[in-house]
Write a protein that binds this ligand. Structure first.
Ligand SMILES: [Zn+2]
Length: 238
């Protein structure tokens, strides 16, 4: 289901069983931007199909929020120029060098290359692990990148965050919307979700400087600005 959020912004919600994240779509007058690529070719292709149903052009650009499989492994089904920060590209270079099979997965679980939580969801999305194809993003930036889509902009900003080392938020100033991927979440370490109050505090401070009314998190409903900062305050006061 493709939801329209504003004149220019659409999104599909996350799905728990497959760990599919929210995908965003911003339609500029000249170019369209997809936010995150999906967890598989099937996920990305399904998204394009929903765009077709609304007569929306396929995205010419796709921005990645971080390197986790569920946000990136759909790249192989997209004919869009892909953009990420340098740390995300480095992580994906490692993933692209891996062999995907049952035997290999057993090794990755033992050595911590893949965590149990991810493996369980990957097996739902990929009945045959051999289907996994990891494509590498083409444009790499550090710090910040602003894209003029025609009549609207997307600002990709790399921020310290509690989830990963490589988080990028995508701020849509004209829509007053922020996509944070999973950057607001805790870090998955082994089988545990670990919060990092220092990194969360830094993340919250950076977000306070940005003008937005709604925030899209990777695996939940869109949140209002107030709800987002209330959630941060609760975690920081524990
Ligand atoms: Zn993640």
């Amino acid at each position: 289901m493709l939801f329209q959020f504003s004149d220019r912004l659409w999104y599909i919600p996350s799905e728990e069983a497959t760990d599919r994240p929210v995908l965003g779509y911003l339609r500029g007058d000249h170019r369209s931007l997809m936010i995150d690529a999906g967890n598989s070719a099937r996920h990305a292709a399904g998204f394009l199909h929903l765009l077709d149903e609304r007569n929306l052009p396929h995205p010419e650009l796709v921005a990645l929020t971080h390197s986790h499989w569920d946000h990136c492994y759909g790249l192989c089904a997209l004919d869009a120029v892909s953009i990420c920060c340098a740390a995300t590209r480095k992580d994906l270079e490692r993933d692209a060098s891996l062999v995907w099979s049952d035997d290999a997965m057993h090794t990755y679980l033992e050595t911590g290359v893949v965590q149990k939580f991810c493996e369980e969801h990957m097996r739902v999305e990929y009945p045959q692990l051999e289907e996994i194809q990891v494509n590498l993003p083409e444009i790499v930036f550090s710090g910040e990148l602003t894209i003029d889509l025609g009549g609207c902009h997307a600002v990709l900003r790399q921020l310290t965050n509690p989830h990963t080392e490589d988080g990028v938020v995508v701020w849509l100033p004209e829509e007053r919307v922020l996509f944070v991927g999973d950057a607001a979440y805790e870090e998955l370490v082994g089988n545990d979700w670990i919060d990092h109050p220092d990194r969360l505090s830094s993340f919250a401070s950076a977000l306070r400087e940005m003008d937005f009314t709604h925030c899209f998190v990777g695996h939940g409903e869109p949140m209002t600005r107030n709800a987002l900062f209330d959630w941060f305050s609760q975690r920081l006061s524990v």
